[in-house]
Design a protein around this ligand. Structure first.
Ligand code: CP3
Length: 348
């Protein structure tokens, strides 16, 4: 490894429990449609899956926001639904509709393809990681990721993302055995997939539980906390020792139990989080990441600057990675991202 391990990486330091001022920063969906250079690159691939499986295009897309903004974290360019594609389900990304997945009926619909074969089908992603790692500045942290088991399964059960999620949620009441078996299938393939990302060079991992919102507390424990804890434990069993950021979006009152019981190293906060609650409910010194509203980033102006300062002040004594509460919206003006970075860097 060409010397990169000896350099201080702010993002990794914070995940290790160090308070840094100003905090390191990156933004969910920092690579993607708000960047003209991404749109140009995207036009070169047949479709979005093809783009994700092309190491030259995906590595370039990962690096674009690093070059433009000097972010402290580079998020691997891929998608949480690649795992379902690798398991042999038909996954498509329709323009204006979002992802479409061939719906499953039973957990056994996830066992058509062996885990070894599925990980092998994901090998272009590992090649992307290798290429990005080689090109990244020494102080930048490469973050690998996957969807959390319930969020990935939700797409497989519902067949699409924009639904009321009631079919997937009902499985836990109406066919709990299938639900648990299906979750465990996703846990195992995801652990193998993330381990391979780390072997290729990922230095931190993030688990996206994007659809945790609105679950009753007992169901949240079964669908979110237990499978996330299983995934983290399985990764540790596989000797993956990098920090793991969990992002239980919409966890609300279940955030503290999520932090206490899953074994994650740090937690991504969503837009609805109240800073005072974090101070009261999360252990002192536990690393947090978040949680500027992407709509405010898109709107810009003085209110944006004021809120960035407010968030900085709120987490001043805690290991904090500055980020959004959800992804950058496609129509976000580049100067607004630059304004956030300027505010962060000058403020201290
Ligand atoms: O900078 C980055 O974060 C890039 C890597 C990345 C993508 N998807 C690229 C992408 C990551 C980390 C994801 C994760 C992802 N994918 C999540 C979890 C995070 C979240 O937003 O909650 C989810 C739920 C998905 C599923 C998914 N993929 C959806 C709902 C969509 C459609 C979104 C839309 O606005 O059309 C995708 C497609 C997708 N994934 C795009 C990108 C850049 C847009 C596709 C395109 O360029 O045409």
């Amino acid at each position: 490894m060409p010397g990169s391990n000896s350099v201080q990486k702010p993002l990794l330091e914070v995940l290790g429990g160090t308070v840094r001022t100003p905090p390191p920063v990156w933004m969910m969906r920092q690579a993607g449609r708000h960047l003209p250079e991404y749109l140009e690159l995207r036009g070169r691939a047949k479709d979005f899956l093809d783009f994700c499986y092309s190491p030259s295009l995906a590595s370039e897309a990962t690096l674009q926001p690093i070059r433009r903004y000097g972010m402290d974290g580079a998020i691997l360019f891929a998608d949480i639904l690649l795992v379902l594609d690798a398991l042999g389900l038909d996954v498509r990304f329709e323009k204006g509709v979002g992802p479409l997945v061939e719906p499953i009926e039973t957990a056994s619909d996830l066992t058509k393809i062996s885990h070894t074969k599925a990980v092998d089908r994901l090998s272009p992603v590992f090649e992307t990681v290798i290429r990005v790692k080689r090109a990244l500045p020494a102080e930048t942290t490469l973050i690998g990721f996957a969807g959390a088991p319930f969020t990935v399964l939700l797409y497989a059960i519902e067949g699409r993302g924009k639904t009321d999620k009631s079919t997937a949620r009902s499985w836990i009441y109406e066919k709990p055995t299938e639900m648990h078996a299906a979750l465990m299938e996703i846990v195992e393939i995801t652990a193998l997939y993330m381990k391979a990302q780390v072997e290729a060079g990922a230095e931190a991992l993030m688990i996206f539980e994007s659809w945790a919102e609105g679950l009753p507390d007992d169901v949240f424990r079964e669908l979110v906390i237990a499978p996330n804890a299983e995934l983290v434990a399985r990764l540790r069993e596989l000797d993956v020792d990098v920090p793991i950021i969990g992002f239980p979006r919409g966890a609300a009152g279940m955030l503290a139990p999520y932090v206490a019981e899953t074994g994650v190293t740090g937690v991504g906060l969503d837009t609805a989080v109240v800073p005072g609650d974090i101070a009261r409910n999360l252990p002192e010194g536990f690393p947090v990441q978040g949680h500027l509203d992407p709509l405010l980033l898109r709107a810009g102006g003085e209110r944006l600057v004021a809120r960035v300062r407010e968030l900085l002040a709120a987490y001043a004594g805690r290991p904090h990675i500055f980020n959004l509460g959800h992804g950058v919206l496609p129509d976000t003006p580049i100067p607004h991202v630059e304004l956030v970075l300027k505010t962060l860097r000058e403020g201290n």
